[in-house]
Every structure is written in structure tokens, then in C-alpha cells.
Design a protein around this ligand. Structure first.
Ligand code: GDP
Length: 307
């Protein structure tokens, strides 16, 4: 059993590698919900949805949305048009929204989306309670999606807040997956805005500490920089290097080991140095396989850890 913590791109790609490698029911992805937004009359949950689309093999090449989707609904989107959602994507969001309005937990509602996509793995929101990431830029706090889409993630970053997180609890399914896992992998997602909210949910760090499985982080920095997106700028603003050392530092007390493309002897925790760029399905599966092999080699020593 493998549990992967993920945002929507790097972590989702690695999760797809694990899905390819493992049998049905052997993977649970715990996904960030800090990027969620209520728009177009539905509850959009970008990271859990992207993970689900990656696992289903439905993800569009542009990195979000569903391949071959149509855009009819967007023609009458009015003021909401800044946030584009394909018709099939919107339909899947409606499944979640209707279940949540009927009183189901977000985790249960997302499970219906996972089912509708034919995915045989768990994709679990980090929490059933709402957490909303905000980014401060030029003195104003922006909802995360406005920062990413309207500002194209290019505006200066002056602060990050996970609003609501103090009142959130880890989803029970996330805790169960962490407890049952043989390996726990923090995927190569943005450490600040994708993994940060997950680790900020009260009780999540304690659950990872109490887990019997080793916890490994795969660095999202390839050749010293993010493959895509604003991870470098977010790390800099928070005072961390965008490197495996920065990853080790930010996950200090959480991880037993790191997978990265840098020299392992330069790091404070055991490290596997390998090619961490996931090129196509074969590249995703290879990195998942190497990460799992490294986790098994750590098993005994990690159980004696002091994190
Ligand atoms: P978002 O929610 O879509 O922004 O996605 P994530 O936070 O999950 O992913 C963004 C991160 O994925 C960036 O820091 C990228 O460097 C990382 N990433 C994307 N592709 C790869 C890859 O092939 N290998 C590694 N190691 N990281 C990757």
C-alpha cells in the first residue's frame, strides 16, 4: 500500500506512475484542497480532480482539464469566464457539488468523481473542512486561483495563508491510508502551496510521525529549478532554497529520506540520487518504482527514526 501526498501536477504525475506500477486498491493519493473554488455554480477542486484525471489517463496535454473536452458552457459564463472549465469537467464538478449539498462529506463526494472516471485508487481530499489558500501580492490578499490565473502566478509574492486550516481535520480516509501504508511519498509538488496546506491541517504531521511506513519526499526541483509553475518563487519568498536541500529543510521532522537529482552526500537525510524528470508514462513508472525500492531499503532504519 502506498500513500502519496500531492498537488495537481508533479505529485499527480508521480501518482500516475504508482498507479501503473501497483494493483487496484493499492494506492491512495491525499490531495491538496487549498486551491478549491466555488464558481460556475459548482465546487471546483482542482488538485483532487487533476490527480483523478491523471490516474484515469484523461488529463489534457495543457496540464489541466480533460482531453477532448468541449467548451459550450463557457460561452455563457459571464463574470466567471476568467476560470475556464470544460463541459465534462463541469459535469464531474456537478456530481461532487450535488452530493456535498445533500450533506455528504467532500471525501465521499470526490469518491463519486473517482468512480465516474473509472479509477481504482483512492483520491482523498486532505480534509472535509474548507481550507482556502490566499496569496498576498502588492499589499492585497488574493484567492489562490486569482493569483494563478488572473495574475498568471507572476505577481510578487508577499505572503501565503491557508484560511480555515485551524478548524480543519484530516479526512478520516487520509488518516487510514497513512496508517495502512508501506510507503508514504510526498510527491514533487510545490512544497509551499500544494504540500504546505496538507501538512498544515492539524493532526496531519502527527499522523505521518506515527505511521509505521517511511516518509519520503521526491524533490520537484530538477536541475535546481521547478519544471513548471511558481515553486521557485514561493520557496524564495518563504526563505528556502529551490533545491533538494530546501526540500529537506522545509520537510524537516516529516521526512526520513529524499529522492532528488542532486548529490546525496550534501543532504541531511538519506537520499536517492536519480533522474527525477518524469518523461512520459515510462518515466513516471520508473521514478515510482525507484522511489518504492528506496523506501523498502529504508524500512528498518526508518522505523527507528526520530522525527
Ligand atoms: P499544481 O497544483 O498544478 O501547481 O501542481 P504541483 O504543485 O503538484 O506541481 C508543480 C510542481 O511539479 C513544480 O514544482 C514542478 O517542478 C513539479 N514537476 C512537474 N513535473 C515534474 C517532473 O517531471 N519531475 C519532478 N521532479 N517534478 C516535476
Amino acid at each position: 500500500m502506498v500513500a502519496v501526498l500531492a498537488g495537481g501536477t508533479g505529485g499527480a504525475k508521480l501518482a500516475a506512475g504508482f498507479y501503473d506500477l501497483l494493483g487496484p486498491g493499492e494506492l491512495t493519493v491525499i490531495a491538496n484542497t487549498g486551491d478549491d473554488v466555488e464558481i460556475h455554480g459548482v465546487h471546483v477542486s482542482p488538485d483532487p480532480d487533476l490527480v483523478t484525471y491523471w490516474l484515469a489517463g484523461m488529463i489534457d496535454e495543457r496540464g489541466w482539464g480533460i482531453r477532448g473536452d468541449t467548451w459550450t458552457a463557457m460561452e455563457s459564463a459571464g463574470d466567471d469566464a476568467w476560470f475556464r472549465l470544460g463541459d465534462r469537467d463541469l459535469e464531474l464538478c456537478r456530481i461532487r457539488t450535488e452530493l456535498m449539498r445533500a450533506g455528504r462529506r467532500q471525501t465521499e463526494a470526490h469518491a463519486a468523481v473517482v468512480d465516474a472516471c473509472g479509477v481504482r485508487a483512492g483520491v482523498v481530499p486532505m480534509s472535509d473542512e474548507p481550507v482556502r489558500t490566499h496569496v498576498k501580492s502588492r499589499g492585497d490578499w488574493l484567492e489562490f486561483q486569482r493569483f494563478m490565473i488572473v495574475e498568471r502566478a507572476a505577481a510578487p509574492i508577499e505572503g501565503v495563508e491557508f484560511r480555515g486550516v485551524e478548524a480543519a481535520k484530516p479526512a478520516p480516509e487520509a488518516l487510514a491510508a497513512i496508517a495502512a501504508a508501506d510507503a508514504i511519498v510526498i510527491g514533487p509538488s510545490n512544497p509551499i502551496i500544494s504540500i504546505g496546506p496538507i501538512l498544515a491541517v492539524p493532526g496531519m504531521r502527527e499522523a505521518l510521525s506515527a505511521a509505521r511506513a517511511p516518509v519520503l519526499a521526491v524533490s520537484p526541483f530538477v536541475g535546481g529549478r521547478a519544471v513548471k509553475g511558481p515553486s521557485d518563487a514561493f520557496m524564495e519568498q518563504a526563505g528556502y532554497e529551490h533545491s533538494a536541500a530546501g526540500v529537506a529543510h522545509i520537510y524537516d521532522g516529516v521526512v526520513d529520506a529524499i529522492v532528488c537529482d542532486e548529490r546525496p552526500e550534501d543532504l541531511p537525510v538519506p537520499a536517492l540520487s536519480t533522474d527525477t524528470l518524469m518523461d512520459g508514462a515510462a518515466g513516471r513508472r520508473r521514478l515510482a518504482d525507484e522511489t518504492l525500492g528506496f523506501a523498502s531499503s529504508l524500512g528498518a532504519s526508518a522505523s527507528a527514526r526520530d522525527r
